[in-house]
Design a protein around this ligand. Structure first.
Ligand code: KIV
Ligand code: NA
Length: 278
C-alpha cells in the first residue's frame, strides 16, 4: 500500500472517498494504525491528555511532540503522518516559528504539520507551505485556546459564528493548507464549509458532511483516557478492560506461584552450577 500524499488526499475529496485519520503517539500504536489502513496518522497534542495525563494540551512542549513523533514515524513508515505544532510554538516571530517547524520536520520526520487557528495564522501557514511544509489547519473547537473559548463547547451555533468559520477556512485554504480539521462544529455548518473548499475537511464531532473523520486512539479503543464518554465518539474496542484484565491475571498468577512455570525458565548443565558454586 502506498502512503497518501497531499494531492491524493485532495483527489479523495473529489472522488468522494472518505478519509480516515486516527491519532497515534508511539511505535506500537502507529504500527497498528498503519496495519489497520488509516489514511493519515496524526501525532496529536492530545497526547497531553491521553498519554501524559494533563487536563489540557497547553503543557505539551516541542520536546514532547518530537519525542512522540519520532516513535510514530518509526512505527508507520508507509503512512502519511501529521504532527501538531504545540501551544505557543507558532505565534512569535516567523524565525522562531520556522525554527520550531524545522525541528519537527527534521528530527521527527512527519510529512506535515497541523496548526490551530484561522485567518490570524494564515500568513504563518503561507510561510510554512512556501518553505515546502504541508500544513493542515484546525478550526472550530481549538483546544490550545480552551481558556479563551471558555470550555470544550460546540462551535458554529450562530449564523455569525458560522460565517466566521467559513472565512477562516477559506483564508487557510488560500494560504496553502492542504486539509482542515473541523472540531466540534455544528453538522450543517461543517457540511456547508466542506462544500465550499477544494481541500478536504476532516471532522471530529462535526458530523457526516466532512470529507474525512478523525478520532483519538484512546477514545475509539477505550484505552482508559479518563473522562466521561463523549457524544461524538464511537468505541470500537475496549482495550483498557483487556489490559487491566491481563495484568490482574498476571499479578494473581505471581502471587499464587502459577507463574513462571518450568517452561519459562532456563536450565544449565551441572558444569555451570559447579563453576558458580564450586
Ligand atoms: O490532538 C489531536 O488529537 C487533534 C485531533 C483531535 C484533531 O488535534
Ligand atoms: Na491537537
Amino acid at each position: 500500500r502506498k502512503p497518501a500524499t497531499v494531492s491524493k488526499l485532495r483527489k479523495m475529496k473529489q472522488d468522494r472517498q472518505p478519509i480516515a485519520m486516527v491519532t497515534a503517539y508511539d511505535y506500537p500504536s502507529a504500527k497498528l494504525a498503519e496495519e489497520a489502513g488509516a489514511d493519515i496518522v496524526l501525532v496529536g497534542d492530545s497526547l497531553g491528555n491521553v498519554v501524559l495525563g494533563y487536563d489540557t494540551t497547553i503543557p505539551v512542549t516541542l520536546e514532547d511532540m518530537l519525542h512522540h513523533t519520532k516513535a510514530v514515524t518509526r512505527g508507520a513508515k508507509q503512512t502519511f503522518i501529521v504532527t501538531d505544532m504545540p501551544f505557543l510554538t507558532y505565534h512569535g516571530s516567523i524565525d522562531a516559528t520556522l525554527q520550531h517547524a524545522g525541528r519537527l520536520m527534521r528530527e521527527g520526520m512527519p510529512q506535515a504539520l497541523k496548526l490551530e487557528g484561522g485567518a490570524e495564522i494564515a500568513p504563518t501557514v503561507h510561510t510554512l507551505t512556501q518553505a515546502g511544509i504541508p500544513v493542515m489547519g484546525h478550526l472550530g473547537l481549538t483546544p490550545q485556546s480552551v481558556h479563551q473559548i471558555g470550555g470544550y463547547k460546540v462551535q458554529g451555533k450562530s449564523a455569525e459564528q458560522a460565517q466566521k468559520l467559513l472565512q477562516d477556512a477559506l483564508a487557510l485554504e488560500q494560504a496553502g493548507a492542504f486539509a482542515i480539521v473541523l472540531e466540534l462544529v455544528v453538522e450543517d455548518v461543517a457540511e456547508w464549509i466542506s462544500k465550499q473548499l477544494a481541500v478536504p475537511t476532516i471532522g471530529i464531532g462535526a458530523g457526516a458532511g466532512c470529507d474525512g473523520q478523525v478520532l483519538v486512539f484512546h477514545d475509539l479503543l477505550k484505552y482508559d483516557a479518563g473522562g466521561p464518554a463523549k457524544k461524538f465518539v464511537q468505541t470500537y474496542a475496549n482495550i483498557g478492560e483487556t489490559i487491566r484484565g491481563g495484568i490482574a491475571q498476571y499479578v494473581e498468577d505471581v502471587k499464587l506461584r502459577k507463574f513462571p512455570q518450568q517452561k519459562h525458565a532456563f536450565q544449565g548443565d551441572n558444569e555451570t552450577l559447579t563453576s558458580l558454586y564450586g
